[in-house]
Design a protein around this ligand. Structure first.
Ligand code: ZN
Length: 164
């Protein structure tokens, strides 16, 4: 059975006892979380979130890209979030390659050089600081009173705050 088929079975069981269909669209905790897509990070459980609590925006690295800014702008402007939490983590895949080398590999395989940056980084704490700076520098993110960055330790389950 494929993973997708397993998901459909799991979802049937989930829906049988589902009782949270009356939540409003704006996040109750008025927070947006930006996190890496790493499979070991269960943002809901590690932050104690429930349905309706927070926006969670994820990509490879938890990098603050233009598209993350797009989501943050919508999150703040239309859905009332006021805090931003950035989460990178130990043992991130983004630490294992270099942009230029991966671009060259992709170009060799496909004949096309990706026009986008993969945004690999060499130091996870430095990249948290870079992410905080990018959010602060964006004119489209208006509410900047609470922008905090963390490294999640996949080994311990703990969040460690990084000083901007
Ligand atoms: Zn990662």
């Amino acid at each position: 059975m494929s993973a997708t088929e397993e998901f459909l079975e799991a979802n049937q069981r989930y829906a049988e006892t589902f009782s949270k269909g009356d939540k409003p669209m704006p996040p109750a905790k008025r927070v947006a979380v930006v996190a890496c897509m790493d499979a070991r990070i269960e943002t809901g459980r590690l932050l104690g979130l429930e349905e309706g609590d927070a926006h969670v925006i994820r990509n490879a690295g938890g990098v603050v890209t233009d598209d993350v800014i797009r989501s943050l702008a919508i999150s703040q402007r239309l859905l009332g979030t006021r805090e931003i939490v950035l989460i990178h983590h130990t043992d991130c895949g983004m630490l294992t390659f270099k942009d230029e080398a991966l671009k060259s590999e992709v170009e060799k395989d496909t004949g096309l050089r990706p026009p986008f940056a993969f945004e690999a980084f060499a130091d996870v704490e430095d990249d948290v600081r870079q992410s905080i700076r990018r959010v602060r520098a964006s004119p489209f993110v208006v509410h900047k009173d609470s922008i905090r960055g963390f490294v999640y330790e996949v080994e311990t389950g703990r969040l460690r705050e990084i000083d901007a």
